[in-house]
Design a protein. Sequence first.
Length: 396
Amino acid sequence: MPQISKRGSLMPSSPIRKLAPLSQAAKAQGVKVYHLNIGQPDLPTPEKGLEALRHVTRQTLEYSPSDGYLSLRQRMSGYYRRFGLEVSPEEIIVTTGGSEAILLSFMACLDPGDEVIMLEPGYANYISFAQTAGVEVRTVTSSIQDGFALPDIEAFEKVITPRTRAILLCNPSNPTGYVYSPEELQKIKDIVLKHNLFLFSDEVYREFVYNGEPYTSALSLDIDDHVVVIDSVSKRYSECGIRIGMVVTHNKTVHDTVMKYCQARLSPPLLGQIVAEASIDGVEDYLKACHAEYKARRDFFIDGLNRIPGVVSPLPQGAFYTVASLPVEDAEDFCRWCLTDFRLDGETVMMAPAAGFYRTPGLGKNQVRMAYVLKIEDLRRCLRILEEALKQYNSR
């Protein structure tokens, strides 16, 4: 039998989905599984977007332009203006989700063997995208003890080598929910300029900041030639399934290079663009309601976690995730056990082992990432199940 590629062999499994077969098996046995492992919002998609989908009158579902429909890019330009960001439609490329935006940005800016620095814990699929692009990942470790704040800039200096070409931030952070302050971003700006690096800034959660401070985008740092912003409508409008993201940059060379890859893959999703465009304007009340709901869920869930003996979770400032430490030696084994062996009145929880969000072996072994995207009633039940599961697991 022919062998698969070395690249495929080295591709890591997603910590978010790797336990999915165990979840499916539990459900097949009639078990109710509460999904804390994945950031799939349960809030409704804006009605304007759904109406646009219901009233598609095209007789042919055609290719769109490789950079996406101009009308959608114009709407997004207006959206950024609300944050004080001047971005022209010609500086926006529509992609198949934020995932493709990250991958194409890597392919356009980095060569095989180049290095990108990311914080750990970080979004696990960044490592998969880097592996696909042949890019090496170097990590700077943030700590749960200080809420996953930006480490001292000296930590970045220690991992920079002649092959380092970029820093990757997720702000607000998936998986920690940390929001980088203007002062922290200024430190990143300084090191980007000092070493002539790209700054990839994943800003898909910018609508969800709970500390009362205005959101600071990397596009406002006045280093236009260095910044590539990754965006998506997936979480903002509860539209994960339409797969619409964006690459946003003032750097024309980067834009034009990304476009070469976009032309090769032809076009982003047609129906997704229709829904996304309809969802952008006139949904201020919708966004306020979503923000208030996620903040309420955060406050309830994090308080509940920290009331469970041995569980420690910082208070996330944004997004809808937390990385929490559990009173177990091996969180992945515990997560598996919850799906295979533990039931509380026919119910259990599914979490993502946090070790998969670290690049450094051994880190995050007693941590999990959880998404508080369920209604408070369900989160209350999850807390009860988790507390009882920990008791039984540790008393075996």
